[in-house]
Structure formats: structure tokens, C-alpha cells
Design a protein around this ligand. Structure first.
Ligand code: ZN
Length: 443
């Protein structure tokens, strides 16, 4: 399908031409073929769909670089708790009660919520039983996604453990079946949950699998001091030191969180070129601490942004994540310019694309890139009048401002209406299923 977005202000994130007023963006077969001022387009505009974006702002689609979508059913099940208690007392028991069909319903709900927040790509980390229903939901809805195939081996409830050979087998089957499915829209990667929940051998074999399929290795890294201590009891090393000594840190390593690190560990991350995934709201929610994000950026590391699951965030509001990614570090360092609105927007777009080795295909609005686009309407009581589109996006907008979302040239939401399903019906179904799960879990 071909389409044109006409008349809006385009925030390209192209360093040569950052903002284009009265713009035109043309898409053919899911690829951007023209970005510029309308007046520069000299051919006749022959497209199947025209979207009038007059008075609106056109951004690259947002990339949610860390999530656990099934947690939309566990919002507020465990509040006001520290990370390990939160996992043991509520998250793991509830998770055990979810069936594959429950997960499918949860994933569809989470995808709808993510789209309503302007997100066009989701990195979702789950457990073996969940791979298939999550992949199916990504495939059917049209969202771009990365299935980070998670598994636990040590230090968890017996019911949560997966035999290492079984975990790797299931992950490889998922890689074979789903990696690059949907015309390249879906990617898959191994994702042992935390260093403290896996043996050396399982982490090393996961890295081998990632290299074999030319994909990433995704691991929660240095998330909280308590899980770092758990790893130290077994290995005598902190998370980043340990992962470095195993030889798995490189530019395809997604170091999710990276909060509790020493100076030496920051040096190791910098030397390896690992990808940092920052989840500011989750880090505050379970009191992990404050990740040294300004230091990472200053030292040249790429920092992407995630919501994390709804159970350690509250929701999937990515505009809030962008806002907190700036505000948290400003107040922590008592420096209002240490992370700027532009830095937050880059974490949410181009840095997410780079973290997924897709910087040449996603993350900015440039000719030749895939058409993942978020159109924002700021003609609302809380955002009119717009002096600075990036400042308004990061500090004033809420998901209510997200108007239209396009992935691979396909419109998934238009004028806030989800195009691929009946949204109210999906919500009703999700509500019923969540209630049934709660009864089974006896929470
Ligand atoms: Zn997580």
C-alpha cells in the first residue's frame, strides 16, 4: 500500500534536517520514499491513502526496548514492594496461573495500549510457555516486535524453573519459527532472565545461540543491589564484571537496567559497547536506584528506553517514560540540562533502533527507512500552543495526544481508533480473563 502524510510538522531525527514544516512524507510498500516540504515534491502525488496531518506533529515511531506484556493482568497486584519481594510474593505465583490463551489475550491488550502510546516496536521478555502466544499476537496485530525468550534456571520457585537444555531447545525452535517473520517485522533473541538466575553454562550457550542466529542477547543486568548480591554469593563477582569475564558483553548485548554498577563496571560496559536499556519508572517503582545514564551517554554508550512490564510501572504510558528519563536525572544530579528533552526523544526512537541493530532501517524519518510513524495531535487543553515540539512531546504530552500510528506502512491506529480489532471487545475479554486468573491464583 502507498500513502502520504501531508501538511504536518515532521520531526525527522535526521541530523541534517531535523524539523520540516508543512511537510510531506510518502510511503511505498512500507518504505519511506520522500520526506520534505510539500512544495519540494514536484511529481504528481499518486497514492492509495492520504492522511491530513495539518496542525499535527509527525515523529519516528517510538521503540519500547523492554517490556513484559503479560503483566498488564498484574497491575497493582503487588505495590509498594522491593524487587525480590515483588517477584516472590506476587509476580511469580500469579504468572504460574496464566494459560497460553490468557497470555494471548494479555499480549493483545498490551499491544493496543502500547500503540495508543505511540509505540511501533516492542521488545518483550517472557517465559517459555509464553513465546508462542506473544509471537502470534505480534504477528496478527501488525506491531513490530522482538521476542526476548526468557528462562529461569536457579534461585526461583521450582515451578518457574526450566531445565537448561529444554530452555535452549524451546528458544531455538522459536528462533527458527518466528525470527524475521512478518516480512522481517518480528525478531527473536535468547534472554536468560538475570545473571543470578542462570548458570555460567546457560549464559554461554545462550550467547552461542544468539551468535548462530545473528541476533541479540538480552539480560536484566545490575537491576538491584539484592540480585547483584545473590550473584556474588555464587560467583564472587558483580553482574557486569561477571558477564564481562564470561565474554558475552558486546554491541549486541542488551544490558537491561544497568543501575547498580561500580566505576570499573561502567568502564567495562563502555569498552564492550553494550546497549543500555533504561527503564526509569520501573527503577523508581521497585526502588532499584538511579542508573548512571548521564555518565553512560557522556562516555558514548547508546541508551534506549523501556517501560518495563505494567506490574513495575503501572501502565505502558511511554510519554511518561520519556518525561521521567529526563526528570529523574535532573533532580538526582541537581542539573536541569543533564538530560534534555531531545536526549529523551532520541532514547525513545533512534537509540532504540541502534540497540536493536536497526539504526539503518528504523528510528528516524528518512528516505529508505521503514515507515514506522507516530502522528501527535497537540491541539488539546494541556498542550496548545506549541512553542517547541520536542519539549512539548516529552514534558506535556500524554497518550491522549497520540493520534495515528503506522508500522511498516500499515495504519494500526487512526484518529485514536485501533484499526485491526474492536478495542472495546478486546478490553471486555481482557477484563474477564484477568478476573478468572486472579481467582485461580487465589490472590
Ligand atoms: Zn524486566
Amino acid at each position: 500500500m502507498s500513502l502520504a502524510i501531508e501538511g504536518g510538522t515532521i520531526i525527522t531525527l535526521d541530523k541534517n534536517r531535523p524539523i520540516i514544516k508543512n511537510g510531506l512524507l510518502v510511503v511505498q510498500d512500507g518504505e519511506i520514499t520522500f520526506v520534505g516540504e510539500k512544495s519540494e515534491f514536484k511529481e504528481s502525488l499518486d497514492v492509495e491513502r492520504r492522511i491530513d496531518a495539518s496542525g499535527k506533529f509527525v515523529f519516528p515511531g517510538f521503540i519500547n526496548a523492554h517490556n513484559h506484556m503479560f503483566q498488564v493482568f498484574i497491575r497493582s497486584v503487588a505495590v509498594d514492594m522491593e524487587l525480590l519481594d515483588w517477584l516472590k510474593l506476587a509476580i511469580w505465583p500469579f504468572t504460574q496461573s496464566l494459560t497460553e490463551s490468557d497470555i494471548y489475550v494479555a499480549a493483545r491488550l498490551a499491544i493496543i495500549e502500547n500503540i495508543k502510546s505511540g509505540i511501533t516496536c516492542i521488545v518483550d521478555n517472557q517465559y517459555p510457555r509464553f513465546y508462542e502466544p506473544v509471537a502470534k499476537a505480534m504477528d496478527e496485530t501488525g506491531i513490530r516486535g522482538v521476542l526476548a525468550c526468557g528462562y529461569y534456571e536457579l534461585n526461583v520457585l521450582d515451578e518457574m524453573k526450566t531445565e537448561p537444555s529444554e530452555a535452549l531447545k524451546k528458544c531455538e525452535e522459536t528462533l527458527r519459527k518466528w525470527d524475521k517473520a512478518g516480512g522481517g517485522r518480528i525478531r527473536v533473541c535468547p534472554a536468560p532472565m538475570h545473571p543470578c538466575f542462570a548458570s555460567d553454562e546457560l549464559i554461554l550457550k545462550s550467547k552461542e545461540l544468539a551468535d548462530k542466529y545473528d541476533t541479540y542477547l538480552h539480560i536484566h543486568t545490575a537491576e538491584s543491589e539484592r540480585d547483584v548480591r545473590m550473584l556474588m554469593e555464587r560467583t564472587g563477582k558483580r553482574d557486569v564484571e561477571y558477564l564481562h569475564d564470561l565474554g558475552v558483553l558486546d554491541s549486541r548485548f542488551l544490558a537491561v537496567h544497568s543501575v547498580c554498577v561500580t566505576k570499573r563496571e561502567i568502564d567495562l560496559l563502555v569498552a564492550s559497547g553494550a546497549q543500555i536499556v533504561h527503564n526509569p519508572i520501573s527503577n523508581m517503582y521497585v526502588c532499584d536506584g538511579v542508573a548512571p545514564i548521564p555518565e553512560y551517554i557522556r562516555r558514548g554508550l547508546n541508551v534506549a528506553l523501556g517501560t518495563d512490564g505494567s506490574a513495575s510501572n503501572g501502565n505502558q504510558d511511554f510519554l511518561s517514560s520519556m518525561k521521567f528519563a529526563a526528570l529523574l536525572h535532573k533532580v538526582y544530579h541537581m542539573d536541569p540540562s543533564i538530560i534534555k528533552a531531545q536526549d529523551s526523544l532520541e532514547m525513545a526512537t533512534i537509540n532504540g533502533a541502534k540497540a536493536l541493530s536497526m539504526g539503518d532501517r528504523l528510528g528516524s524519518l528518512q528516505v529508505g527507512k521503514r515507515a514506522d510513524i507516530t502522528i501527535v495531535d497537540m491541539f488539546k487543553p494541556h498542550t496548545v500552543h506549541v512553542h517547541d515540539p520536542v519539549g512539548s512531546l516529552v514534558y506535556s504530552c500524554t497518550p491522549e495526544n497520540v493520534d495515528t500510528v503506522i508500522v511498516d506502512g500499515k495504519i494500526l491506529m487512526e484518529n485514536r481508533r485501533i484499526t485491526f480489532t474492536d478495542e472495546e471487545e478486546e478490553l471486555r475479554k481482557a477484563d474477564e480473563v484477568a478476573q478468572a486468573v486472579k481467582e485461580r491464583a487465589r490472590i
